[in-house]
Design a protein around this ligand. Sequence first.
Ligand code: HXC
Length: 517
Amino acid sequence: MTEFSELLEDMRRRQQAIANGGGADKLAQRRAKGLMTARDRLDSLFDDATFQEMGGHVRHQARAFGMETRELPADGVVVGTGYVDGRMVSAFAQDFTVLGGTLGKMHAKKIVTLMEEAAKFGSPVVAFKDSAGARIQEGVDALSGYGCVFYQNVLLSGVVPQIAVVCGPCAGGASYSPALMDFIIMTRANAYMFITGPEVIKAVTGRTVALNDVGGADMHAAVSGNVHFLAQDDSDAVRIVRKLLSYLPQNNSEEPPHRPSPDISLAEDDGVRALIPDDPQSPMDVRRIIERIVDPGEFLEVHRSFAENIIVGFGRIEGMVVGLVANEPTVRAGALDMDAADKAARFIRFCNCFNIPVVTLVDVPGFLPGVEQERGGIIRHGAKMLFAYASCTTPKVTVILRKAYGGSYLAMCSREMGADFVFAWPTAEIAVMGADGAVAVLYAKDIKAAEDPKAKAKELAAAYRAEFASPYLAASHGYITDVIDPARTRSTIALALRKALSKRELRPPKKHGNIPL
Ligand code: HXC
């Protein structure tokens, strides 16, 4: 009979082999390059001593290409649960030191089991992607494995938050798993993501391209829009995951982690007034307005380098979690274009999935005019914003700071799109179109006949602005809750939010709407 001590010794030896991944040399090489190992990543994500591994002993079942004798610890993926700031999170990290972190049947099964359990426990999923893709030796079983992971990504969408950290290779169809999740964080060091890389592009199109130009983190953050957060390295990525989770509920049946202040401060903030330019044509830096509206240090911008003409992000106002959407007039005058509409619509839909109130700050001259925009489908893209706002049933508070013209007034969550409260600054201009364009149409003959057409147009535009674009006109028609002193913006939003948190809105049952894609 085997001694108990021998059983324990055997267990420890097996555990050590699993923990060693692809071997001490390979782990050391990674660390020497400044990269974390799969286990380092999970250790730094989770609160101390809270990680419980699942399926460390799982073994691949491949037989071809000499795989029978090949040991792949944990089958190349470390899977388990732990706590992040005291809240349960399900996570996995692909281990590149084990056959390139490639995905085979059992590797995929471990991930799928984790996700099924995350749905049961209602815990967010965090995925560290560092893999050379489908394990070639496992053929169609590897493809099937990917399919099963994608399927779970879709089942979990809108049920628990899903966050992907792309921190190594993520090539071909493998990149669809992060794309099906809610947020992608990508590290500048070591990571790339593409459907077809430079070699295939060269072979098929003859064009030579650099890896970073088709798959680098900077490109995806600023150009393709696939990446929501750019991280310098692994520890920066983990910092972003932890911060992001601090704004999110565990699942769709919970409220986000509000920490409401006992009393809402009614103090005026002169600093906001000081940020408003005298000239309505001068752009206003809305990021500085956001800083004054949210609690100190409580703003996490999402998609910062993509479609910079609109800002989206999570924040807290008097402790209440909000999703903020704001036009950024210093970039393309804050006009809405295709990318801005996609960015805002996706963010609003995430907030709606997870019960997060939406605060919208409006300073928008319109949709961006241009042949490229029309041919690219600005109608289809812009419609996503209308669809997203109109279908969002979480509390919605809108503040019109300055311009709100035409369709973009509606696309930035007007009363008609279901805003619960719409406040306007006295500087708000709400009209079918901007004053200059409107008088050019309305008074074309008068301007032409005038002695000084330019001066006449200016005079007519000023009169139009005062009479037709005034917030009091919109308020007199019942479209504005109130016109407020900009110095009271934060307290006004906070009070409205506090009341709206109890909002319940029932819609006619349906399978799902058909958002224009
Ligand atoms: C099996 C693989 C592998 C793969 C790498 N390895 N890719 N094993 N299947 N797809 C193994 C290597 O043989 C090596 O094994 C170990 O992983 C590390 O790989 P290296 O090449 O030594 O590492 P490195 O030099 O850092 O290069 C990394 C790499 C390269 C650039 C990712 O390995 C590579 O190009 N691999 C092929 C990538 C690929 O084409 N994947 C399929 C994508 S298509 P040893 O034994 O030496 O440790 C796809 C379809 C998904 O994934 C479809 C989903 C719908």
